[in-house]
Structures are given as C-alpha cells and as structure tokens.
Design a protein around this ligand. Sequence first.
Ligand SMILES: [Zn+2]
Ligand SMILES: [Zn+2]
Ligand SMILES: [Zn+2]
Length: 335
Amino acid sequence: MSAARREMRQDPTTRTWILIGQGPEEPEGKEAPGACPFCPGREGETPPTIAAVTGPDGAWRVRCFPDRAPVFRIEGAVERAGEGLYDRMRNVGAHEVIVECREHARRLPQFSDAELTDVLRLIQARIADLHRDPRFRYVLLFRNQGPLASSLIDHAHCHLVATCVIPRRLEQELRWAKQHFDYKERCLGCDMLHQELRDGRRLVEVSPTFVAFCPFAPRFPYETWVFPRRHQHAFPRVSPEGAAGLPGLAALLRRTLARLEHLVTDYHLVLHDAPNEQAERPAGEWSTLREDFHWHLEILPRTPRLARLQREEEFSENPVPPEDAAAALRDVLVA
Ligand SMILES: [Zn+2]
Ligand SMILES: [Zn+2]
Ligand SMILES: [Zn+2]
C-alpha cells in the first residue's frame, strides 16, 4: 500500500480508528549536533511559517509550521465509506509543529512565565484557527519530552494534530463526564477538584486559579494533571490575560514541570480539550458538553520498563502510589 493509499479504518470491536498504510519518510532522525532544523537560521529546512510570536527586533520567538512528515493530509474531503459492516475514511487532518524558543537547549522549566505564556497563546490561536475547519472534530496538542517519550529533536517543541475522529481516550472521558452529569447534574472535573482540594494528599501545586495534582488512579509514576479551578469546558475559552487566563496557567505549569523534572526526565504532556463544536457532527451529540466537560492537561511520565500487559491490553500497573508521588513532588524546591 503506497503513501497515497493510506487510510483510516475502524476496528468495530473497540470502535478505534487505526491509520493503515505506510506514511511519508521520517526526516526526524536524530539530528547531528549543530544541525538542528528548529534552530534560528535553518527555517528553510522546515515548511514555511504558519504563525509566529515575534520580538521587538522582528525575529520569531515562537514559531509554527506544518510537520515535515505529517501523519495526516490537509487536502480533500473525508470520504467516509462502508465496506459491509466495516468503516473507512481518508486520513484527512492537519499536523503542525510549534518551536517554543530560539535557544536550542532550553527546557520549559527554564522559560520565564511571560515566555511560556507566549507559547500558550500561539497554541491557543492555532487551535482556534483549526476549529474553523468543519472537517476537524478534534485538535490534539501533545508534547514529547525525552527519547523515552519518542522525541527525536531536543529543541523545545510541541505538536498539534487536527483529526476527523475523536481520540479514543478522549471519547471515553467525554462519555463518562456526560454520564456523571446526567446522573448528578454536576461536572465530574469540578467534583474531583473539590475533593482533591479538601483531601490535600495528592496536591502538587495550587494557585487561586489553577491546580496540579496526582490523580487517584494514575497509569504512570508521578502522573500529574492540571485543571483550571473554575469550570471551563474548552481551552480556546481561556482568557489570554490575567491570573485565571494563560499567564496564570503558564506560572503554575512551569512550577509543576520544574518539580517533575527533578524526578523524571521523559514524559508526554497532552491537552484534553473539548471537541471542535464547529465541526459537522450528528445532531444531539455532546448536548451538555459545556456543562459536563472540564478541559485539563495531563503529564504522563515514561519509564523504560512498561509491563507487557500494559502494552498489549492497556491494563495499567503503577508501583508509585499517587499520595507518595505528590509528597515527593511537593518536597522539590522550585523558584
Ligand atoms: Zn535547535
Ligand atoms: Zn467543571
Ligand atoms: Zn484527561
């Protein structure tokens, strides 16, 4: 099957969409030192800039461009089709990279709060723009830190992937959030936050507007979630200004990552956001989305050994209780 024949197929037993077929050649082999394609002066080695934050000198500080080996293709219609009981569609989507700073060797905890706010602002603007395309049901933001999290380029960057399907884990979260709301008329995220703030054993960082805590049943050691304290269903709704907005999130996120990077080196950071409300979709879907879903970030540390059962069946096993993880993270001294 050639790259042109790449397509999405749904496994009917789990309703999971799988990308089938060979992708484009990966140029992201481990780059030689001094040959990083994300460093200033090498912009010609990546596709052209889509959007950027620029400094007073006119040079970019944060830069977004299409991925060089996109998982999904931007052109054309989705072409949903059946084959007997099976469903397939074209792998339509968008795949963008955001380079988060000019300096090659900086990590997020070394950013100033203002610099991290600029990164979050560009991410938010790109998500809002991708939401204007009605083909895209979901925009996934993820950040891979370190080789165990399969990051091949050390230069600080994250990925945005817009897809015509909702990722399976998000679909699960949306379903259970709605069920909790249908039954209790309360948001599951808000309920969890109230309990975590009252209990305190799993808290990592708390500000008047955001909270970081280790979840009750984490899949990975030192797994940490970041929630806005006031109910808010979608990340594009976060104000670009103020303590309840992106600057407040940047400050808490930086402190949380500074704690975490004392204890783990490799991790994924993912945004769990509401689906695109401007997308074409069956009527009645997500009818209480604005009340029942609460956006959040999940930081998922990676360790070399992943139990076979976890890999194959997603049956997670975690040797570090979240109460101990949170206590260790709270003990780290951060600026
Ligand atoms: Zn670089
Ligand atoms: Zn809520
Ligand atoms: Zn989540």
